[in-house]
Design a protein around this ligand. Sequence first.
Ligand SMILES: NC(=O)c1ccc[n+]([C@@H]2O[C@H](COP(=O)([O-])OP(=O)(O)OC[C@H]3O[C@@H](n4cnc5c(N)ncnc54)[C@H](O)[C@@H]3O)[C@@H](O)[C@H]2O)c1
Ligand SMILES: O[C@H]1[C@H](O)[C@@H](O)[C@H](O)[C@@H](O)[C@H]1O
Length: 341
Amino acid sequence: MGELLGVAVLGAGHMGADHIRRLDRVVSGARVATVADPDLARAEAAVAGLTGVTVHTDPLAALDAPGVTAVLIASPGPAHEEALLAAFARRLPVLCEKPMVPDSTGALRVMEAEAALGRRLAQIGFMRRYDAEYLRLKALLDGGGLGRPLMLHCTHRNVSSPDGFTSAMLINSSVSHEIDAARWLLGQELTAVTVLRPTPSSRAPEGLSDPQFVLFETESGALVDVEVFVNCGFGYQVRCEAVCEAGSARIGEAHTMVVTTRDGAREEVARDYLVRFADAYDREVQAWVDATRRGEVTGPSAWDGYAASVVAEAGVRSLETGARVAVEAAPRPTLYARPGR
Ligand SMILES: NC(=O)c1ccc[n+]([C@@H]2O[C@H](COP(=O)([O-])OP(=O)(O)OC[C@H]3O[C@@H](n4cnc5c(N)ncnc54)[C@H](O)[C@@H]3O)[C@@H](O)[C@H]2O)c1
Ligand SMILES: O[C@H]1[C@H](O)[C@@H](O)[C@H](O)[C@@H](O)[C@H]1O
């Protein structure tokens, strides 16, 4: 194994602060070297109790701070392109939260910049690939015992959406997870998307089209439907059922605890992703640290990040028009594997 990684964490909000805690206390082989956030107080709060960590308001200054050998990007999606390109220019390995870059033109620039280096530097934070239930479903589908997958039925519910969350973000932020999970589980690209909008929930903020129903088509003719509902109010629920020629398999219901008292039994429902996917984030970051120290890059690639952006962008166009939109992606550079690897 190589040296202990010195990680620059860009963004100290919900995810950044959680990753700082994880790097400090959960994973081995890495330390937080520096944190950057334009909101300095937030950066300082996130590193309270840690020693030898510098803080910056400028993310690029953080990349050049002493002891930095790797980068974890947890700033908002629109800031990712600049940070990724700066990390590539410095040949720094990087774990970048999803979406890699929300718009497909920017995502293409990032993927092409990495491909031009001739080697991978980036892992994209599609953490569901590290979730125990998703891993079991992937192994089952790859094993072939259920036969050819015909459909995936997916549910993605959040208790509430953060301020500033737009109708497009239900697709390019929330459903980006299903886009990646479907490509990975089925080992295929998504080729077309149709978005339908029911009458919005009265709980949705004014003007937000929530929930939405998203239908993807794949290369082999499988269908993937997603109910995305980000102000459901009642829990963080992520489910997926694969329907195959010889059987079906469902995940997303087994991770809770059932509490029984004399008044009856009650099943606990996670309230957010930090609870539901805690183990997945731990495994994701540990896998990134381990691979980086071996001099490798594994996990979801810049191609996967680009594919998610291009599919999501087609989805946003369908959301606007109600029409089915075909996905038109650039060719996949040889540096990157087909989906599902
Ligand atoms: N994998 C997941 O399940 C998951 C969950 C939540 C969020 N995310 C992703 O993580 C990222 C951050 O989301 P969040 O919920 O933590 O947002 P947040 O708003 O809580 O935090 C973002 C932080 O980044 C800071 N920031 C803004 N511009 C910056 C820049 N250029 N450089 C550095 N920091 C900057 C902000 O001041 C803020 O403190 C997003 O890409 C989001 O999609 C992923
Ligand atoms: O950024 C978050 C995050 O990616 C969560 O995993 C998802 O459930 C939310 O919908 C999204 O807003």
